[in-house]
Design a protein around this ligand. Structure first.
Ligand SMILES: Nc1ncnc2c1ncn2[C@@H]1O[C@H](COP(=O)(O)OP(=O)(O)OP(=O)(O)O)[C@@H](O)[C@H]1O
Ligand SMILES: [Mg+2]
Length: 365
């Protein structure tokens, strides 16, 4: 039980203050004085920036509409909502959405993650502590150990588990009733989920990359919350360089704010965005150092492919899973690489992005 990360958030309450406490005066939100009690760490800021309700959640209109139906239906029938699976690349709002589900239902959220549920006892403890209507959030659910996963099947379906007491021939199994709860699972790799687990979710939401208008709203909203002034064209520029990802948009905003604080008046204009993103190695398309390293390895090291993802990962000195889950989804969506049966292939756009002429026959030329 030692490694179970068990946090409880009470998100109940109809319309609490939204998105944390915005600093009142932009000037006090800026550097200058050091206040040890201020929201200083980046994690604190990330928490402050999380939308709390469905209405506040920007973008993902399809997921929002579908989820709204699921939750409203459950509320009207006075039952706990069906289990929800959220899948999509990092930073698109899966954890945020899990918190919103608990908030909208007026219940508590308990959080854990697949790798923390190594032994069935860890999961049993977690499940037996749930109160009726609670939301149990399991992050990285595809990384759960198999025995725990099998216990979860029964819990999801019948709200019941069998706890094994003792060892060897004397072991007995004791059935344990659970309070009806809603499981929210998050995964960056829905392909790695086993069939039986996937089938037990009543609703699967595929989170998509955000478009620039939606990310512009994310940036403007975050700027307001952290108390920094930003020109509309500067917000669009940050949005368009954020790889379709709100977490990156918020992070770039903070870096640009640093730049504007140090080199300007603290107000963010287009020039500050452009200059700051050069400093932080974010290129015109929003690709970062690792994205470019992958493209370079693929094109300069392997003539554009096809090449396997593990070879690429070794070339850039990263885990294969990082390349596959963090870099690739966006490079594919940006039309820079395609996945084929024999490996990854660079498109003409990728060659041109590196300033090279694509050889004849390159995809997209
Ligand atoms: N729709 C949104 N509107 C505004 N901000 C958002 C939205 N979605 C996400 N964010 C911001 O992006 C940050 C990252 O979101 P979140 O932690 O929910 O992503 P995630 O999908 O769980 O990522 P990971 O797979 O890495 O766990 C949050 O702190 C939040 O501030
Ligand atoms: Mg998360």
């Amino acid at each position: 039980m030692a490694n179970v990360e068990k946090t409880e958030f009470n998100l109940a309450g109809p319309s609490g203050p939204t998105g944390g406490t915005p600093p009142t005066d932009p000037a006090t939100a800026r550097r200058g004085t050091i206040n040890p009690h201020a929201l200083n760490t980046e994690t604190d800021i990330e928490t402050t920036l999380r939308p709390r309700s469905l209405a506040e959640f920007i973008g993902q209109p399809k997921v929002r509409d579908q989820l709204n139906l699921v939750l409203t239906g459950a509320k009207n029938r006075n039952v706990t909502p069906d289990h929800v699976l959220l899948s999509g690349p990092p930073g698109l709002g899966k954890t945020t959405m899990a918190m919103i589900i608990a908030y909208e239902m007026g219940t508590s959220l308990r959080m854990t993650s697949g790798p923390a549920l190594e032994r069935t006892g860890d999961l049993a403890a977690m499940l037996s502590n749930l109160m009726e209507g609670d939301v149990l959030f399991i992050d990285e659910i595809h990384r759960m150990a198999r025995p725990a996963e099998e216990m979860l099947y029964m819990a999801m379906e019948d709200f019941r588990i069998d706890v094994i007491v003792g060892k060897g021939p004397g072991a007995t199994s004791i059935p344990l009733e659970l309070a009806p709860f809603t499981l929210v699972g998050a995964t960056t790799r829905s392909g790695m989920l086993t069939g039986p687990l996937r089938d037990r979710f009543g609703f699967t939401a595929q989170m998509e990359f955000y478009d620039t208008p939606d990310l512009t709203q994310v940036v403007s909203r975050a700027a307001k919350i952290i108390g920094v002034g930003i020109d509309p064209d500067a917000a669009v520029e940050i949005a368009s360089r954020s790889r379709g990802t709100p977490r990156i948009a918020n992070r770039l905003l903070r870096r640009v704010r640093d730049y504007a604080d140090v080199h300007g008046t603290g107000h963010i204009d287009l020039q500050a965005v452009r200059a700051a993103l050069i400093v932080f190695d974010v290129d015109a398309m929003g690709l970062d150092r690792l994205d470019r390293a992958v493209l370079t390895a693929l094109i300069k090291g392997h003539g554009g492919g096809p090449v396997g993802v593990s070879t690429l990962a070794i070339a850039v000195g990263e885990e294969a899973s990082t390349v596959e889950e963090v870099c690739e989804p966006y490079l594919v969506r940006a039309g820079m690489i395609t996945r084929t049966g024999r490996g990854r292939v660079a498109t003409a756009a990728a060659w041109r992005h590196l300033g090279l002429e694509p050889p004849e026959g390159t995809i997209g030329s």
